[in-house]
Write a protein that binds this ligand. Sequence first.
Ligand code: NAI
Length: 304
Amino acid sequence: MAGLVEGKVVVVTGAGGGIGREIAIMMANEGAKVIINDLGVSVTGEGGSATPAEQTKAIINQRGGEAAINTDSVSGWNSARKIIQCALDNFGRIDGIVNNAGILRDVIFHKMTEDDWTSVINVHLSGSFYTSRAAAEHFRKQESGTFVHMSSTSGLIGNFGQANYSAAKLGITALSKSIALDMQRYNVRSNCIAPFAWSRMTGSIPATTEAEKARVAKIQQMTPDKNAPMAVFLTSDQAKHVSGQVFACRNNEIFLMSSPRPVRSVHRDGGWTPTSVAEHGMPALAGSFMPLDRSGEVFTWDPI
Ligand code: NAI
């Protein structure tokens, strides 16, 4: 039986481990020819090795799939173009890209350095732009193509110590919506996934007390492969009616996430003064304020 993405050529960035590896494997299982892009860096973006990408390729080849490796960085205009070119060189075309590569530099905001900020923004937000922009030229010409970008509930909702990451991840949803709007005329689609997974990115969550250990045991059930079916579906022609959306995948749960819309309004004849904003505007709006919450306070139940 033909796979859902049979014959498509798909680039998966950061496919040397974690979620990206599982997406690459499932893409190949479903008939795609895959470019496994990975720098092989540490969680914070240091070092570099081709081994993780080679391991993913070995798994795909073992199962009879086709894949090629690319070890250029997503975080530069020219290097990102090489990633897309690698698909053309190896398989003659490009049909889809999954922007999954990522690093973390978690630190409380008032201690965040310029390097903490730029390195995370460069890989996640700029990297997603560079690879997408390089693929877009081909998608426009062939009048088809798909983008899947990894966002995060850290950006969609909030989290401590991740101002750089949250800004990048929410920025990615705006990038995706903009691409979806601009390229709809060329039959090109763009969507986001906010994944949940036990991976090396979440592996540093402390677990000393019994309550923490129980929580970590729950998170460990959320294996990275649980995010792959959505990425493969969004890349397939079955999703031709799906664009500009943000989904979350959490173990066996799938969510459609909301986009910002006006939630409550107030107007005043003759306009506002700072004092009338304080005395009339804010009391009228305060009932609908968004709480200063974090992802864990919205996803309050154990993953199913
Ligand atoms: P991971 O650290 O296991 O994998 C990320 C991969 O990206 C690594 O193999 C790394 O070598 C590669 N990479 C880093 N910088 C790169 C660059 N400049 N160019 C090419 N490759 C590069 O992380 P994980 O957990 O699999 O995360 C994958 C994606 O999902 C990331 O975008 C992450 O932000 C996102 N995410 C993950 C969550 C989780 O619970 N694990 C939650 C929310 C979002």
